[in-house]
Ligand binder design. Structure first.
Ligand code: B12
Length: 212
């Protein structure tokens, strides 16, 4: 049955069975399954289930961690297959999670899709302070900056970054897009971001819009 493998992948990630995920995902890659379907209909929904269980206090941080590990191992196998043609770079995107936030799975997915879409991605990692980020922006001079936050407590950092870009005369040289589960368009507007992206595909669409 076509949908069965989606259920299996979802269940293995939810259960945090990270030692099994690579064999399963590699087997599916070898069979030529649709990778977007695998990510969007099995892997991301698995993380949503994990988050709901955590919120209901049915699981705790260690369980969230092993699910995240399973997710990361699975995505690592898919990543090389999404790579675009590096000879035609559409533009440079700097990505990071803001200070205080170490949730990087969504950011990594955004980076994978942008690379697949022909962008050069400079991933600065997680927990970037405003000052560190400014230093990198001055050096790299990207076309686009993508900020990710998964905690309501770290969302305000996005506004601080945008303000700091303005204070240092850099705001007009870089388009800023923001994303992450608690972020929405209204928040993006309120902090003066150029755009809000709901998911990784939207990030690619926005980046293309910025460049053309
Ligand atoms: C996995 C996970 C963890 C892992 C993270 C591992 C890792 N390497 O990322 C660990 C265990 C470390 C963790 C820790 C914590 N977590 Co946590 N975590 C999660 C969980 C279950 C999944 C997140 C995830 O990976 N989702 C899958 C990805 C693909 O989705 P996404 O990140 O939203 O990204 C998509 C879009 O948002 C968008 N996007 C993302 N970024 C960007 C950027 C741009 C520019 C664009 C355009 C788009 C975009 O595209 C992505 C792809 O579609 C969420 C629940 C949830 N459903 O979000 C809780 C959750 C975010 N965590 C939560 C909490 C409370 C914590 C802790 C405080 C727990 C604790 N007591 O210690 C710590 C905080 C750590 C910190 N300082 O950051 C809460 C946050 C609540 C809140 N209101 O703020 C959540 C919502 C769980 C819950 N329901 O309560 N967590």
């Amino acid at each position: 049955m076509p949908g069965d493998y989606l259920d299996e992948v979802r269940d293995v990630i939810v259960a945090g069975r990270h030692k099994e995920i690579e064999n399963i995902v590699q087997g599916l890659i070898d069979k030529g399954v649709n990778l977007n379907e695998l990510i969007n209909e099995a892997m991301i929904p698995a993380m949503d289930i994990v988050g709901q269980r955590f919120a209901r206090r049915e699981i705790f941080v260690p369980e969230m961690l092993v699910s995240a590990l399973a997710m990361q191992k699975g995505l690592a196998l898919i990543k090389p297959l999404l790579k675009g043609d590096e000879s035609k770079v559409a533009g440079t995107v700097v990505l990071c999670t803001v200070k205080g936030d170490i949730h990087d799975i969504g950011k990594n997915l955004v980076g994978m899709m942008l690379e697949g879409g022909g962008f050069k991605v400079v991933d600065l990692g997680v927990n970037l302070s405003v000052d560190d980020l400014l230093t990198h922006i001055k050096q790299i001079r990207p076309d686009i900056l993508g900020l990710s936050a998964l905690l309501t407590t770290t969302m305000p950092e996005m506004g601080k970054v945008i303000q700091a870009l303005a204070d240092h005369g850099l705001r007009d040289s870089v388009k800023v897009m923001v994303g992450g589960a608690p972020v929405d368009r209204r928040f993006a507007d309120s902090i003066g971001a150029d755009a809000y992206g709901e998911d990784a595909l939207e990030a690619v669409r926005l980046a293309r819009e910025f460049i053309t």
